[in-house]
Design a protein around this ligand. Structure first.
Ligand SMILES: Cc1cc2nc3c(=O)[nH]c(=O)nc-3n(C[C@H](O)[C@H](O)[C@H](O)COP(=O)(O)OP(=O)(O)OC[C@H]3O[C@@H](n4cnc5c(N)ncnc54)[C@H](O)[C@@H]3O)c2cc1C
Length: 413
């Protein structure tokens, strides 16, 4: 039996829920189909000790914000899940869990959505299936011997679940660095392959970096003001951890992590790494300098009274120049490889000519050229914060206004 609905949303993460909250306020007929449970990624694709990188005060969705006792803290995985569950309950979100969408086709009057629970016809379909969707692992991973345990960072849970022996973590983005740090603290021998990465200071001049980015308008910056939007969309995620301290490669080395350069390939049992660690570290330090300079300019412009914080000159440490160029699975005792190599998306289930050659949708503020087909929650979709918990709400409000025809959502609460 086919069911009919005005707007069908795919995915009950923050994006789908934020839109649903706005549509509920306007009385617009809609449902959300979710293959797992509400906030599924935070349940099945984050490690046990995970904490959000964004401070509690910044995590806000339409009609919902953090109301606990620690606005400057960082929610852990369980708190995040419960926060999303309570959000969905707060407006009785029309979520159907355990329903997987397999295909979306253009139909005579709107869209035909095929699922494992039957077919739905909808005037509008909003794809909120997540920017960080598919695990991206280099092809060369397939050449590793079968005895080597390998997994993508989204399947990592805790050190006890990793077989005994050394670990090579490939990728020094926020996930790679946090996982390497946790494993080293648990007494594991850890190598970390470091490519381009963009660390941010957790705090600067007495405030969290999100305070500065929020206040100075950095998070609000729109994609149409960027000289190279594609480069921004593909840039590595910023490196931060949900704790007051910096996630710092130098500190990790003191905890026993051995950094190596970008992985170039695997020859049988041996990994090859580029000799680029000094450049990568230099770039990373430059990134920190740039954000500090931007904050300094903002402070000078606004006359805020905050303490100065001089930048300690960075030294070229011996481990940077002497980093190994090769590691051997057997000789270096590596039993596990964790691919912290990022995510991609696969929209091949959406049968509409709205995609770039690289596979991402051509859209403006989530609106595509195919009438009634929308996206939400993509990185830099409209603003820098479009795929953050605290930022998706603005895009959701915009789409809700288009879908429901209500000009001012605030007028309906
Ligand atoms: C490791 C990591 C840490 C992050 N930390 C932060 C942070 O601290 N703060 C922050 O603001 N942002 C953070 N982000 C970014 C962002 O908030 C998350 O990626 C968030 O999960 C995005 O929410 P979303 O609703 O857009 O997508 P998702 O959370 O990915 O939700 C999409 C939903 O769609 C469902 N779905 C997908 N395909 C289908 C289908 N075919 N049929 C039915 N259902 C489907 C999925 O099960 C999922 O529940 C982090 C991202 C990652 C990867």
């Amino acid at each position: 039996m086919t069911q009919r609905v005005q707007t069908l949303i795919v995915g009950a993460g923050q994006a789908g829920l934020a839109l649903s909250r706005c549509l509920t306020r306007t009385g617009h007929d809609h449902i959300i189909l979710e293959r797992g449970l509400v906030g599924q990624r935070w349940r099945s694709e984050r490690w046990d000790s995970f904490r959000l990188l964004t401070p509690n005060w910044y995590n806000r969705l339409p009609g919902w914000e953090y109301t606990g006792h620690d606005p400057d803290g960082f929610m852990d995985r369980r708190e995040v899940i419960s926060w999303f569950e309570r959000y969905a309950e707060s407006f009785d979100a029309p979520v159907r869990t355990g329903v997987s969408v397999s295909d979306v086709y253009r139909a005579d009057h709107g869209w035909s959505v095929h699922t494992d629970a039957g077919r739905f016809d909808a005037d509008n379909v909003v794809i909120a299936s997540g920017h960080y969707d598919r695990a991206q692992v280099p092809q060369v991973a397939q050449t590793l011997p079968r005895r080597t345990h390998q997994l993508h960072s989204r399947r990592y849970r805790n050190p006890a679940r990793i077989p005994p022996g050394g670990v090579l973590v490939v990728g020094a983005g926020p996930s790679g660095q946090q996982i390497a740090d946790e494993l080293a603290r648990a007494g594991r021998r850890v190598f970390l392959s470091v490519g381009r990465h963009r660390p941010l200071p957790r705090r600067y001049r007495g405030r969290d970096v999100y305070y500065w980015m929020d206040r100075s308008g950095m998070l609000d910056r729109t994609v149409d003001t960027l000289p190279d939007p594609l480069a921004a969309q593909q840039a590595p995620s910023v490196v931060l951890a949900g704790e007051p301290e910096n996630l710092d490669l130098r500190r990790m080395v003191r905890n026993g992590v051995v950094p190596v350069g970008r992985m170039e390939g695997i020859d049988g049992e041996e990994f090859r790494f580029a000799a680029d660690l000094p450049e990568r570290l230099h770039e990373a330090d430059d990134n920190v300098r740039r954000i500090r300079a931007a904050v300094d300019r903002y402070v000078a412009r606004t006359g805020l009274h905050v303490p100065e914080e001089p930048f300690a000159p960075t030294r070229t440490e011996p481990w940077v120049v002497g980093a190994p160029r090769r590691l051997h699975l057997l000789h270096d005792g590596i039993n596990t490889v964790i691919w912290a190599t990022g995510f991609s998306r696969d929209f091949s289930w959406i049968h509409a000519p709205v995609f770039h050659a690289q596979g991402d949708p051509v859209q403006h503020r989530g609106v595509t050229a195919a009438e009634g087909l929308y996206f939400l929650g993509l990185r830099w979709m409209h603003r820098r914060e479009s795929n953050f918990i605290g930022g998706v709400g603005g895009d959701a409000e915009y789409l809700a206004q288009r879908l429901s025809g209500v000009r001012d959502l605030r007028a309906v609460g």
